[in-house]
Design a protein around this ligand. Structure first.
Ligand SMILES: [Zn+2]
Length: 312
């Protein structure tokens, strides 16, 4: 039987915030603090100094290792992170943490971490689960036959699936056109709305600066916005259909701020527009909210520690 005191220090570097927490082997958050993300040059320093003050000497000593979840690419061999959401350049955070605290450090892509954490919850029911996040961008992670795919190489970058059918030319955050993320992410939705309205020849002057404003307008009965959300639903349905074709998951867990604030408006048209020859998986909204990545990174680190993959 495991001791109750098994804990990992876990860090999640998100789009705007950094979370630093102490998480136990059941995925329970013992304590957590949230910081505003600074410029790339100050990220390591801020995390190192926060760890020293936020945790007691005892907590620091007892933590088995340190796990870090981040958007973009992670390199466990070099101890580095690289992501457009961090800034230009490579962040040697893994190396810095290892040197400062003399503990092993595991780095993992944030959406892959979330997929693993959700799989840990449902592993008694399935070996095949996909996690989708619809937030500033769109990302995901896939567990197939009980194994997280490509954790080290950041596989399952589903935001870059091509979903368009009409003649739109909308640039994705990656620099290419017509990816799912370009149309249906928090950042993409207002840009797509402008293009869509222009193409339909309706209400040309109308534009929004945030996705949330469009959802609010639709909820208040705006017919233009409601029609637009049906279009978003088509693209979400196509994205989900591609995921079903690739991975055949029994369970799809969905998270991310766009979904958390607009569950009905996202899920109903998304499900309606899936291709019907695939068996529809069970679709669940994550119960972990914004903590889904930090919990998942801890669960992944615990399991890899058990396998002694990273142990000293
Ligand atoms: Zn892209």
């Amino acid at each position: 039987m495991e001791k109750e005191s098994r804990n990992i220090i876990t860090i999640d570097i998100g789009g705007t915030n950094i979370r630093i927490g102490l998480i136990d082997s059941n995925g329970k958050i013992e304590k957590i603090t949230r910081l505003k993300k600074p410029h790339i040059g100050e990220i390591s320093e801020l995390i190192l100094s926060t760890i020293k003050t936020f945790f007691s000497k005892e907590e620091l000593k007892n933590a088995e290792l340190i796990a870090v979840a981040s958007a973009g690419k992670v390199d466990n061999e070099k101890g580095t992170l690289k992501s457009s959401s961090i800034g230009k350049g490579v962040l040697p955070l893994g190396k810095d943490l290892k040197e400062e605290f003399s503990k092993d450090v595991i780095l993992i892509n944030d959406a892959n971490a979330a997929a693993y954490g959700e799989f840990s919850k449902y592993r008694d029911r399935t070996n095949n689960l996909v996690y989708i996040t619809i937030s500033t961008g769109i990302g995901g992670g896939a567990v197939v036959d009980g194994r997280l795919l490509g954790a080290e190489i950041n596989a399952t970058e589903i935001g870059h699936i091509i979903v368009k059918e009409e003649d739109y030319h909308i640039l994705c955050n990656c620099g290419f056109e017509n990816h799912w993320e370009a149309f249906a992410s928090g950042k993409g939705i207002p840009k797509f709305f402008k293009e869509w309205a222009k193409k339909k020849g309706i209400n040309q002057g109308k534009s929004y600066t945030s996705a949330e404003d469009i959802f609010q307008a639709a909820k208040k009965g705006g017919s233009l916005e409601k029609r637009f959300l049906e279009k978003i639903g088509e693209y979400n349905g196509r994205g989900l259909s591609t995921i079903m074709a690739l991975y055949m998951p029994d369970i799809v867990v969905i998270g991310g701020s766009v979904v958390h604030h607009n569950q009905k408006e996202i899920l109903e048209p998304m499900i309606k527009n899936t291709e019907k020859h695939y068996k529809l998986p069970e679709i669940i909204i994550t119960e972990s909210g914004d903590d889904v990545c930090i919990i998942g990174a801890a669960m992944y680190a615990f399991d890899n520690l058990r396998e002694k993959k990273y142990a000293k």
